[in-house]
Design a protein around this ligand. Structure first.
Ligand code: F6P
Length: 342
């Protein structure tokens, strides 16, 4: 049996740990041949495959990024892309493909599965917004980095009596903002699920001033928008999956706060620091469990499924049940965070 593996979409710490687990169990337990596919779906369109043996995965566990590379290529937006993929799968003798990805990459996997591609999916995104699983790997690492940033910003905000705004990733959901905000003691957390009112935000800062607290920390997800407003984009245009490039809501907030009250603001955009570097222990373990479960699904011939974490148990769900759905933040957790606003 010959199994291909690819990673698509934005990278997330832990991709290499998944690859390592698939290769290790695939070769040692099942005697499979494993090949890596370069740069997500683009590699299957162009037929760019590399052999993956036990030597290739040595030292991979703590390494961030993806040894295979990744891309946001959408085969259905490239002339004949899907047909080229099915042809290359056949010509290269692939019996199955393990697809590591978020909603876009897995949406493509599902369409290709329907067209005859035997594939299984592994949920990956630092945004943690995939349906069907409690956690995607990479999210824990991103929260950890954002929390550390908040701890650091806390001391400088306090020393200078400023409002510091930390902008974190989270296009459509505020999972990173919410969990890092709770862990880092934010005085307000702004997420896409709950459009904000600038007067309310200033109200929290004033409440703190009334208690003698001359500084505040605000965490905002890049996709957050004001009530009745639009999300703030960094540049025009959209990617092959129709997503705009977000960024800048932190600066918008900083200026608006300075308009409504006499306090200095500073803005930090955490950006890709959240995605780069080594995964946390939690993400290494989760990614390893996912990789093992994915190759087990291949072995059982259970294609069209995604491995998932539910109540700390690894299960698998039908891709068709998760595609097109989005896991928004747990609103009871948001209520917990609100107790600490202002
Ligand atoms: O992968 C999801 C994500 O991390 C989003 O939170 C963010 O908007 C986007 O990727 C950024 O992607 P890029 O690497 O293309 O800048």
């Amino acid at each position: 049996m010959k199994v291909g593996i690819l990673s698509g979409g934005g990278d997330a710490p832990g991709i290499n740990a998944v690859i390592r687990a698939v290769v290790r169990k695939g070769i040692r337990n099942y005697g499979y041949e494993i090949v890596g596919i370069r740069d997500g779906w683009r590699g299957l369109i162009e037929g760019k495959l590399i052999p993956l043996d036990l030597e290739a995965i040595s030292g991979m566990l703590p390494r961030g990024g993806s040894i295979l590379g990744t891309s946001r290529t959408n085969p259905f937006k490239n002339e004949g892309g899907a047909q080229k993929i099915l042809k290359n799968v056949k010509e290269n003798g692939l019996d199955a493909v393990v697809v590591i990805g978020g909603e876009d990459t897995l949406g493509v996997a599902y369409k290709l599965y329907e067209m005859g591609l035997p594939c299984v999916a592994v949920p990956k995104t630092i945004d943690n917004d995939l349906a069907g699983t409690d956690y995607t790997f990479g999210f824990n690492t991103a929260v950890h980095i954002a929390t550390e940033a908040l701890d650091r910003l806390h001391t400088t905000a306090e020393a200078h009596h400023r409002v510091i705004i930390l902008e974190v990733m989270g296009r459509y959901t505020g999972w990173i903002a919410l969990e890092a905000g709770i862990a880092g003691g934010a005085d307000a957390i702004l997420i896409p699920e709950k459009p904000f009112d600038i007067d309310e935000v200033c109200g929290y800062i004033k409440q703190r001033q009334n208690r003698g607290r001359t500084f505040s920390l605000i965490v905002v997800a890049e996709g957050a928008k004001s009530k009745g407003g639009e999300e703030i984009v960094y540049s025009r245009g959209v990617d092959e999956f129709g997503h705009p490039r977000l960024g800048g809501v932190g600066y918008y907030l900083g200026k608006e706060i300075e308009k409504c009250m006499d306090i200095e603001t500073r803005v930090v955009v955490l950006g890709h620091l959240q995605r780069g570097g080594s995964p946390t222990a939690f993400d290494r373990v989760l990614a390893t469990r996912y990789g093992i479960a994915a190759i087990d699904l291949v072995h059982k011939g259970q294609f069209g499924r995604m491995v998932a974490l539910q109540r700390n148990r690894i299960v698998s769900v039908l891709l068709k049940d998760v595609i097109g759905k989005r896991k928004t933040v747990d609103l009871t957790l948001y209520e917990v965070s609100k107790v600490f606003f202002g």
